[in-house]
Design a protein. Structure first.
Length: 636
């Protein structure tokens, strides 16, 4: 049995097509096949299949479609006693071997080709691409289909570039000629496709056509994006004019030789990602417009849970085709359950291993591995994503010197070792994007049925992506809840941070980690104490004079300590000498302050100092449920 999604949606057994019914029924199968082996919630299925225009009773329609698809799957060869399409935990899962779906089979072949010899790799890549049409998810309409189709087209282009590199390194340029010319016409702004087309045409004796391909590409990039072709394409054009064009653009030795494996380590993109179009454009521009010969190092900063990693992963996937030699990924800040924080020395070795260097060939010592990594990347086009880098780490050894590479890094504050060439700071989402994010998780119809309540939920969440994701998941898990009911629960400030937790996701935990970083960054207790004092003001906006007076320190001393809070993005500047704290961070600061007052009241040495704030630090972990009652708190 085979299910096809890389062209028209089809199911076949031994070459015979199985009838799949109406377009919406085929859309249900397409969603489940793309997510084969993973549970897709009912709300998510409805949203992906019908979008903003569901039928009067979408769950009934969905139930009818899944029942018919079970019959189709049984006719395709599955045991009717153990249906492949099952209902589980509020959603549906297509529980078949993913290799029975053409998309997943193609991905498995491409992954296996990365470690095979050139001849075998070429055969695997050709097989992976054989059924991959130019219009995947054929016959399926809607926002989800359009977005997924665009991603699959991008994935196909990346695979074609890899396949072309292997064939060109084997000297089989004539086999590529027709397909690459056709694809370059279909995707005129794709630089990597154009590069392979130029070399293929040149090696086949069509130098004029090769140069015309470059001119068409340049006109397209200048007209549509306002940028010139990348330095690699410009060098290739000059070499063709001089009659010295290379045999191939990518590495010419075998695909599986040490150092020539193409790692593809990027985490998956979030299906519900939204609201960052301007930032995506800005990050892409930083990379496209990097000076010739310079490795662009782009930093994305912002508070915990603001969506830095999601944005960086989205941008990295969109730019992956520009870096055909691979994408490397490392996450630095330790996860939950007490894992140790990786250090650059460990990451260097893991990158070398990912690039195909056998463990026995990796040099000993940090200096040796760093030098080896720079050598490996000097003539390659690799994108490196360094996620959640802590400011204390020196990650300069992970920055390649090769001008064909690029680095995207996320961190809560500026990381001196990055020496970033450009940086952006993420803030909260706009109201419309915040509502869209919740609707994509909890179901569009349900959220848009009461936009006023949804906007209130977004406001109580401070338009903070992590908080919005949590409320979306809570709504998805509770189909009996409506946005208005959740807004009522969130309105109570003293319990809001307790409400903003779902499974391993917690707004309080993220704030606690940032607060602990402030404490660890300096032996001075003042920065942490000033953060707690921000819980005094309901509007969250205060000038340096008032915060210094509350702490009983000179203004200059307070402003030096405030820099620690700014770097961890627990607060942000709101004007000259003024600072603002977000609504959720303010609630956390108030929890800490309230706990400190309770500890101070129980401490015998503080009995003669009622209302004073202790200079001692609190534990890095946050307290239990907080209180919004300000009785007993010192006045500003």
């Amino acid at each position: 049995m085979i299910i096809r999604v890389l062209g028209p949606i089809e199911m076949a057994r031994d070459g015979e097509l199985i009838p799949l019914g109406a377009a919406k029924q085929r859309a249900v199968l397409a969603v489940l096949a793309v997510e084969a082996g993973h549970c897709v919630s009912v709300d998510s299925l409805i949203d992906r299949v019908w979008g903003a225009d569901p039928p009067h009773r979408p769950r009934t329609s969905l139930h009818a479609y899944t029942s018919r698809l079970r019959g189709a799957l049984a006719r395709a060869g599955h045991d009717a006693g153990q249906p492949a399409l099952r209902y589980r935990a509020g959603g549906y899962v297509l529980g078949i071997d993913p290799r029975h779906v053409d998309l997943h089979r193609a991905r498995d072949l491409a992954a296996a080709a990365a470690t095979a010899g050139r001849g075998e790799a070429a055969a695997m890549m050709a097989e992976a691409l054989r059924g991959w049409g130019s219009h995947p998810l054929g016959g399926i309409d809607g926002e989800w289909a359009a977005s997924k189709r665009a991603a699959l087209v991008r994935e196909r282009i990346c695979l074609i570039v890899r396949y072309a590199d292997i064939e060109l390194s084997l000297g089989r340029h004539f086999q590529l000629l027709d397909e690459l010319i056709s694809l370059s016409s279909e995707y005129p702004a794709e630089e990597q496709l154009a590069a392979r087309s130029m070399i293929t045409l040149y090696k086949c004796g069509f130098r004029d056509d090769s140069l015309k391909t470059y001119r068409r590409l340049r006109e397209c990039l200048v007209d549509e994006l306002g940028v010139e072709p990348c330095a690699q394409l410009q060098d290739l054009q000059r070499s063709i004019l001089a009659g010295t064009a290379p045999v191939a653009v990518g590495p010419e030795s075998s695909a599986g030789a040490p150092g020539n494996v193409r790692p593809m380590q990027l985490p998956r993109r979030l299906a519900d990602f939204c609201g960052r179009d301007q930032e995506i454009t800005e990050l892409a521009r930083f990379i496209y417009e990097a000076p010739a010969g310079i490795t662009p190092v782009i930093s994305v900063c912002g508070p915990a849970g603001i969506g830095k990693s999601a944005l960086a992963v989205e941008v990295a996937h969109r730019l992956a085709g520009r870096y055909p030699d691979g994408q490397l990924y490392a996450r630095f800040r330790p996860g939950r359950h007490g894992q140790a924080e990786p250090v650059p020395e460990q990451i260097t070795g893991s990158f070398l291993h990912a690039l195909g260097v056998p463990a026995g060939s990796i040099p000993g010592g940090y200096g040796g591995t760093s030098a080896c990594l720079r050598s490996m990347l000097a003539r390659r086009k690799v994108l490196i994503l360094l996620d959640d880098v802590t400011a204390a780490l020196d990650v300069s050894s992970l920055i390649p010197a090769g001008p064909g590479c690029a680095v995207l890094a996320t961190s809560r504050g500026l990381v001196p070792g990055l020496q970033a060439s450009a940086s952006i700071t993420l803030g909260p989402l706009r109201t419309d994007a915040a509502i869209t994010l919740v609707s994509r998780i909890a179901g569009r119809k349900r959220i848009f049925a009461d936009l006023a309540a949804a906007a209130k939920v977004a406001e109580f969440c401070g338009h903070h992506p992590l908080a919005l994701r949590i409320v979306g998941l809570r709504l998805a898990a509770r189909p009996d809840w409506r946005p208005r009911a959740l807004a009522k629960r969130l309105a109570e400030e003293s319990a809001r941070l307790d409400e903003l937790r779902f499974g391993a996701l917690s707004v309080r935990d993220g704030l606690s980690a940032s607060y602990a970083s402030v404490i660890a960054a300096t032996p001075d207790t003042l920065p942490a104490r000033l953060f707690r004092l921000f819980g005094l003001w309901d509007d969250g906006d205060v000038d340096a004079i008032r915060i210094a007076a509350a702490a009983a320190v000179p203004v200059e001393t307070a402003e030096l300590a405030i820099e620690q809070l700014l770097n961890e993005h627990l607060i942000e500047p709101s004007g000259p000498g003024r600072y603002r704290i977000g609504v959720l961070a303010r609630l956390y600061a108030r929890e800490l302050l309230h706990r400190e007052l309770e500890l101070s009241a129980r401490s015998p040495q503080n009995h003669d100092r009622p209302g004073r704030i202790s200079g001692g630090d609190l534990p890095g972990e946050g307290p239990g449920p907080g209180h919004s009652d300000r009785r007993g708190l010192p006045g500003p």
